[in-house]
Design a protein around this ligand. Structure first.
Ligand code: GDP
Length: 295
C-alpha cells in the first residue's frame, strides 16, 4: 500500500465506502440524496455537497456516476504551482515558513516534520520555537530537533515570540541556513490578539529580511471538520495563508475537509500528516489523494 492508501484507509473504508455503495446501485432521487448526505458526512459541508451532486447529475458521465462524482471532486483542487516551495527569496536569504493554527492540531509536530523533510532533501533547516505560550511546546520542539538532528532557536516560556524569530533569523544568517521553520502560538499569555502577534512576527521578518516572502502555512486537523474550516478562514483573513497542512488524516474516517478547504479558501493543501513520526508527512497531490480514496 502506498503512503496515501494507508493514510486515507479509514476514510476509504468509512464515508467513501458508503458513497461507492450508493453510487453502485440504482440512482433515483432518493439515492442521489444519500450521495449528498454522505458527502456532507465526509465534511464537505452542505453547500459544496449539493453542488457536487447537481453537477455530477448534469454531467456527461451519466453511465458512470462514480466517475462523474470523482471528476467533480478532483475539479475542486486548484492547479498546483510548479515553482519550488517554499519560495526562495534570493541568494543568501533563507526561506521562511511560518506555521500557524490553533493548539492541538499538530502544529509543533508539523514544524519538526517540515524541518526534517527539508533536511532530507539536502537543505539546511533551522527550527524556531516561537510558540512561547506553552513551556511544553518549546520542550517538545527542542526534543524533536534533537531527534531530527536539526538546530533550534528557543527562548524561555513567556518570551516575546518576535524576539525568538529575530534570533532565529540571525542564527540562520550565521549558519548559512536555507529554510527557517517557525512554530507559532495557538494561544497567548497577554491580551494581545493572536493575529496581532502574527502580524508582529511578520513585521520582524520584514525588518530583518526585507526580501523574505514568508510562506504562511495553516495546520488543519482533519478530524475537526467544518470547525477547522472556520478557523482557517479567520487565519487567512488575518495572516494571508499560502498553504495548508492537513494533519491526522490517518485518524479520521471522514477525510473530506481537503476538498472543502480548497474550495472555500483557494489556498492549496501542500502536505498531509499521516502519523506521529517525523517522516509521516506526504506531499499533497490531488490525483494521488483521490485515487487512493477510491482505490
Ligand atoms: P500543537 O498543539 O498544535 O502543537 O500539536 P502537537 O504537535 O503537539 O500535536 C498534538 C498531537 O497530535 C500529538 O500527539 C501528535 O503526535 C499528534 N499528531 C500530529 N500530527 C499527526 C498526524 O498527522 N497523525 C496522527 N495520528 N497524529 C498526529
Amino acid at each position: 500500500m502506498s503512503g496515501y492508501e494507508q493514510g486515507v484507509a479509514r476514510t476509504r473504508q468509512g464515508v467513501i465506502g458508503r458513497l461507492r455503495t450508493v453510487l453502485g446501485g440504482p440512482l433515483d432521487d432518493a439515492a442521489w440524496e444519500e450521495v449528498e448526505e454522505t458527502l456532507i458526512a465526509a465534511d464537505l459541508g452542505p453547500t459544496l455537497a449539493a453542488r457536487i451532486v447537481a453537477r455530477a447529475r448534469e454531467g456527461r458521465d451519466s453511465d458512470d456516476p462514480e466517475a462523474a462524482v470523482v471528476a467533480e471532486l478532483l475539479g475542486l483542487f486548484t492547479p498546483r504551482d510548479p515553482t519550488p516551495w517554499p519560495r526562495v527569496p534570493g541568494p543568501g536569504v533563507p526561506a521562511v515558513v511560518l506555521v500557524v493554527g490553533v493548539n492541538g492540531t499538530g502544529k509543533t509536530t508539523t514544524v519538526a516534520k517540515l524541518g526534517y523533510r527539508f533536511a532530507q532533501r539536502g537543505a539546511r533547516a533551522l527550527l524556531a520555537a516561537a510558540d512561547t505560550f506553552r513551556a511544553a511546546a518549546i520542550e517538545q520542539l527542542v526534543t524533536w530537533a534533537d531527534r531530527a538532528d536539526l538546530p533550534v532557536v528557543a527562548h524561555r516560556a513567556g518570551a516575546d515570540p518576535s524576539a525568538v524569530v529575530y534570533d532565529a533569523l540571525d542564527a540562520a544568517a550565521a549558519r548559512g541556513t536555507d529554510v527557517v521553520v517557525v512554530d507559532t502560538a495557538g494561544r497567548l499569555h497577554t491580551k494581545t490578539n493572536l493575529m496581532d502577534e502574527l502580524a508582529k512576527i511578520r513585521r520582524t521578518i520584514g525588518k530583518r529580511l526585507p526580501d523574505a516572502q514568508p510562506e504562511v502555512v495553516f495546520v488543519l486537523d482533519a478530524t475537526t471538520g467544518q470547525n477547522g474550516l472556520a478557523q482557517a478562514k479567520a487565519f487567512h483573513a488575518a495572516a494571508g495563508l499560502t498553504g495548508i497542512v492537513l494533519t491526522k488524516l490517518d485518524t479520521t474516517s471522514r477525510g473530506g475537509i481537503a476538498f472543502a478547504i480548497e474550495d472555500a479558501l483557494d489556498v492549496p493543501v501542500l502536505f498531509v500528516g499521516v502519523g506521529e513520526k517525523l517522516d509521516d508527512l506526504l506531499d499533497f497531490r490531488p490525483n494521488e489523494f483521490v485515487e487512493a480514496l477510491f482505490a
